[in-house]
Design a protein around this ligand. Structure first.
Ligand code: LAC
Ligand code: ZN
Length: 477
């Protein structure tokens, strides 16, 4: 139902006419994020400060208008797709780095600051904020916090959740609260700042964040090693930990991902069943010693080619090939990727066994599945490729998703280690979390009794992933 004129005028009154868009083009564009889902909002509103956010939420609360908060829209699970219509609250205007306090080890930012931009601001101080998601050049800090984003450096430095010290949050009735403190330790009651991290915009709107910052490593180096089997690669990873090495990144790619990158970009990667890439950072001498030790471990575990790199250009090439996996898989084998079962978390030692199962599941269901990701944390992205116009392929994808997930659950895993639940993973999330879902529902009810904040997500998303996906709407064979 479109917004009534009075609500639209009220929103324009708060943020100014130029910061409300209700034309068809804006509404269509803001109906998507980086997931497979789409739903058109009634209007897009761009606040410039906390007070405006508070007044907007107050208005939505009074008029029962659904409100979906959005950063850069890079979420992969539909978190920013306004499935119940209403308004999309786009936070990109609130984009100031408010302070960098090296002596207190924190910085304070508005939610629309871009991850890469924050790190550019920290660089002259010799510091950084490490969680490095693949979309780091464009994604916002607010979005990262709302989804507890992470990436290749999490294995050493922690995910967003570990690096948030405090938040300013606007609650569903427009109240503004401060959580956390300005020190590094905090044993004062419930840690509400952590509650909002990963809440996907369902509990409140983040308007300011205090983030723990970390000294930039003095140097880093990487190696890339090819393996004749996933098991051999897994064996090397186990030995890295048994030998008390602390990589700053530890990534894996399976055969399909290697081939996809080679075909799409011509990158000179070795032909192998699996590649692992290890990064060490710190003092140069230690980096060199640790890399050498990691290389010996890989060799003993059965690695073929091992390529060391401390030279920045070569390091960049290695990591670029890792970055190219997602775009390369977009067209591998004439099929397209869908974001289902693509962000699995499991104990590190279970990775080879689970990834091998993906191959069997792919064969059984006539699909292509590629696996890659943050093996050092047991976080694997399984890319299921299908013909998105084929109803048969969607059904096969659904079966494959269930089978993949069964393998992951058996391994003691989780449905999302870094991409969040949103719509895409809601069904499996509910199955996985069992009775604790009810506790989450109660928290949601307590903080958002009218259910206006990002409704239709996590606990409330539909069971059927097909019903919410943009390709299926009358376009399938
Ligand atoms: C990656 C993103 C997709 O690791 O999480 O490439
Ligand atoms: Zn990832």
């Amino acid at each position: 139902m479109p917004l009534n004129e009075a609500v639209l005028a009220g929103l324009e009154n708060i943020v100014g006419k130029g910061n409300v868009a209700a034309d068809a083009a804006a509404r269509y564009v803001y109906g998507s994020d980086a997931s497979i889902h789409h739903h058109t909002p009634d209007a897009v509103v761009r606040p410039g400060c906390t007070d405006e956010v508070s007044r907007i939420v107050g208005l939505c609360d009074k008029e029962l208008v659904p409100l979906t908060t959005r950063g850069a829209g890079t979420g992969l699970s539909g978190q920013a797709v306004p499935v119940k219509g209403g308004i999309v609250l786009e936070m990109m205007r609130m984009n100031r780095v408010l302070s960098v306090r090296v002596e207190d080890l924190y910085c304070e930012v508005e939610p629309g600051v871009v991850f890469a931009g924050l790190n550019r601001a920290l660089e002259p101080h010799g510091y950084w904020w490490p969680p490095a998601p693949g979309s780091g050049d464009v994604c916002t800090i607010g979005g990262m916090i709302a989804n507890s984003a992470s990436g290749i450096r999490t294995v050493k430095y922690g995910a967003t959740r570990d690096l948030v010290l405090g938040l300013e949050v606007v609650l569903a009735d427009g109240t503004v609260i401060e959580t956390g403190n300005r020190g590094l330790k905090n044993a004062s009651g419930y840690q509400l700042e952590k509650l909002f991290v990963g809440s996907e915009g369902t509990l409140g709107i983040i308007t300011k964040a205090r983030l723990r910052i970390v000294p930039r490593p003095k140097s880093s180096g990487s190696l890339i090693a090819s393996f004749p089997s996933l098991e051999a690669a897994g064996g090397a990873i186990s030995q890295v930990y048994r030998n008390r090495l602390v990589p700053s990144a530890l990534e894996i790619m399976d055969r399909n991902c290697i081939q996809a990158v080679k075909r799409k970009f011509g990158t000179p990667l070795p032909d192998a069943e699996a590649l692992i890439i290890i990064e060490m950072d710190g003092d140069r001498r230690v980096v060199e010693e640790d890399l050498k030790a990691a290389g010996e471990i890989c060799r003993a575990a059965g690695a073929g080619d091992i390529d060391y790199a401390t030279d920045p250009a070569k390091v960049a090439m290695i990591w670029e090939s890792r970055k190219q996996v997602l775009p390369s898989m977009a067209s591998f084998g004439g099929k397209g990727p869908i974001s289902v079962a693509d962000d699995l978390g499991m104990p590190v030692s279970k990775v080879p066994e689970v990834v091998r199962t993906f191959g069997e599941i792919a064969r059984r269901n006539g699909l292509i599945i590629g696996a890659y990701g943050h093996a050092g944390e047991g976080n694997i992205h399984g890319k299921v490729l299908i013909d998105v116009k084929s109803a048969r392929d969607w059904e096969a994808a659904r079966r494959a998703t269930d089978e993949i997930y069964e393998a992951v659950l058996k391994a003691g895993g989780t449905v999302s280690a870094e991409h969040g639940i949103g719509i895409t993973r809601a069904r499996l999330f509910r199955l996985e979390r069992g009775a604790s879902i009810e506790v989450m529902r109660r928290i949601k009810k307590a903080l958002d009794p009218k259910g206006i904040l990002n409704p239709g997500k996590m606990f409330d998303a539909p069971d059927d992933m097909l019903s919410e996906n943009r390709y299926i709407l009358g376009e399938c064979d």
